[in-house]
Design a protein around this ligand. Structure first.
Ligand code: GLU
Length: 341
């Protein structure tokens, strides 16, 4: 059962490391080693002798992105490392700056990066951002302490809430929601910026009464909060959410099914995005081609890594949630398969 297979911060190397390795982006070797060192906190003895692995930026080591990155690395034939990061927005910035050749990012954050909106306004539109495919659905998830007096999404003002760490996808989505509703941080008694791996802990200790997380389900930290800390999920609905759905094609209705986190957890209606795999136009086209080929030719094996991947199919993955143009390496493979013209 996947919950038993908790992620560790150990780097995930693919099973086969025997193929020749290509450069993954126009970065000096030292920069890649630095990425790996920052990610692992230790240098393998042979690091200076070996070409760098493909590095995939994920998010908190406790989340589904990290498991996704590791699952991708297991499918790929080239050496591969899934690294923990601040999340979608941090990943989009790192890919743009050439610090990561590939990363995961929410479809709404991908859109804002392409267009140069909100947190990407200062940097402007990212013309070099490319998409490979989309992955699991990520409902915008609101977890509250049972006795906090929060029965509806609209009840959040006046409570201590975690908005997510800057750089995370949930922080970006929450900012969009807050702007749409007209809330500012001062509407909450506390508005913290804790990372995903700390927020359930703080909720358990009563230091916050609500947390938001844009994440695939089931997720370990959401499960811990519900099972161990007297927390529950609540709907995120209302006129403002309807307006967001109508306005933005990358938001869609999402439902967290009943019973996923225990027998008395009711189904929850909210809105959501898709996780996507992104790269830069500078990322090696052969590397991207090999990555998409490995995933689509081993899709059932990839899907076995997490229940959130059950719904995936090529038609969803190459059509939904991709605002950036397809990377040329991905396009080549999809053309060969006859999936695009
Ligand atoms: N969607 C979150 C983010 O972009 C990450 C969720 C996860 O780790 O699974 O930061």
């Amino acid at each position: 059962m996947f919950l038993a297979a908790l992620p560790s911060v150990t780097p995930s190397f693919s099973r086969s490391a025997s193929r020749p390795i290509r450069r993954v982006a126009a970065l000096p070797l030292g920069a890649w080693l630095l990425v790996a060192l920052l990610a692992t906190g230790a240098a393998p003895a042979s690091a200076q002798m070996e070409p760098p692995p493909l590095t995939i930026g994920t998010a908190s080591p406790s989340g589904v992105y990290y498991l996704t990155g590791r699952a991708l690395c297991r499918i790929l034939t080239q050496p591969c490392l899934a690294v923990g990061t601040g999340g979608s927005v941090a990943n989009l910035e790192a890919v743009r700056a050439g610090r990561l050749p590939m990363a995961l990012a929410q479809s709404d954050a991908q859109f804002r990066a392409v267009e140069g909106l909100e947190e990407f306004a200062k940097a402007g539109p990212d013309a070099e951002l490319r998409s490979l495919f989309s992955l699991h659905s990520e409902p915008f998830t609101l977890v509250v302490r049972r006795r906090a007096g929060i029965d509806h999404f609209q009840d959040l003002p006046g409570h201590a809430i975690n908005l997510g760490n800057p750089g995370s996808g949930q922080r970006g989505t929450m900012d969009v929601v807050m702007n749409a509703v007209g809330w500012t941080r001062s509407d909450f008694t506390q508005a913290s910026g804790l990372p995903a791996d700390q927020q359930a802990f703080e909720l358990c200790h009563g230091n916050i009464q609500a947390m938001v997380y844009t994440v695939g389900h089931p997720d370990r930290s959401v499960g811990n909060a519900i099972r161990l800390c007297d927390a529950r999920l609540i709907d995120v609905e209302g006129d403002v959410i309807e307006a967001l759905l109508a306005e933005h094609p990358y938001y869609s209705r999402a439902r967290i099914p009943a019973g996923l986190y225990g027998p008395d957890q009711a189904a929850v209606d909210t809105f959501g995005v898709r996780a996507t795999l992104i790269a830069s136009s500078a990322t090696d086209p052969d590397l991207v081609y090999d990555t998409v080929k490995a995933v689509f030719e081993n899709l059932p094996r990839f899907q076995d890594h997490h229940p959130a991947f059950d719904e995936l199919s090529p038609s969803i993955m190459i059509h939904e949630g991709l605002s950036a143009p397809l990377h040329e390496g991905a396009e080549r493979y999809y053309r060969e398969r006859g999936w695009i013209d």
